[in-house]
Design a protein around this ligand. Sequence first.
Ligand code: B12
Length: 149
Amino acid sequence: MARVVFIHPPRLTRWGRDVAFKERLPHIGLAYVAAAARQAGHEILGIDAAATGEQIPDVVARARAFAPDFLAITANTYQIVEAALTAGALHDALPGKPVVLGGYHVTPIAEETLRQFPSFDAAIVGEGEDALVELIEAWPIRGTAPPPA
Ligand code: B12
């Protein structure tokens, strides 16, 4: 069993402006992936910072308090910089904990995205329910040996 935090990144670029209803809607795709992880027996925490208005320090504090093994972030293209900054802050606060990216930005350009934003350790393309569970279970967490090549 792993402890996994699911994050919809904060909005950084529109501070002080009214937030439209669209940005307040919870992220359904991330919820699907989180539900699959929970169904597979993992402990989950969801942080929809885009919907709640939380900022990177809030996300980091909540993630740390949960003592995660694994961090999962979603991003559309207009959120990729926010997601990368959040991943970097999580790495600083939780050294050695893997951060995996999913969603619409990374799906068509995974290799380019991972090269451009080294704060992501891995990416999942397309629908993430099964793939994320497989990745969590294969990743060498808590000192377990890596899977055979
Ligand atoms: C529904 C929808 C909306 C709803 C969102 C409701 C909600 N809060 O969830 C509303 C109407 C609000 C909306 C608004 C916008 N949308 Co919209 N929307 C869609 C749509 C039609 C479906 C998304 C969806 O819910 N899919 C179903 C869920 C279950 O799947 P999913 O989100 O894809 O998630 C799966 C995978 O992506 C993956 N995954 C996702 N995240 C993660 C994370 C991890 C860690 C992992 C492992 C996997 C993973 O696994 C998930 C489960 O299988 C898509 C187009 C499409 N047909 O897919 C566009 C789409 C996502 N929207 C888009 C855009 C641009 C917008 C707007 C900016 C439009 C605008 N100009 O206002 C706004 C932004 C709103 C905001 N600021 O947040 C673009 C994004 C393109 C991009 N590259 O970023 C899309 C792809 C449409 C397009 N072709 O251009 N949208």
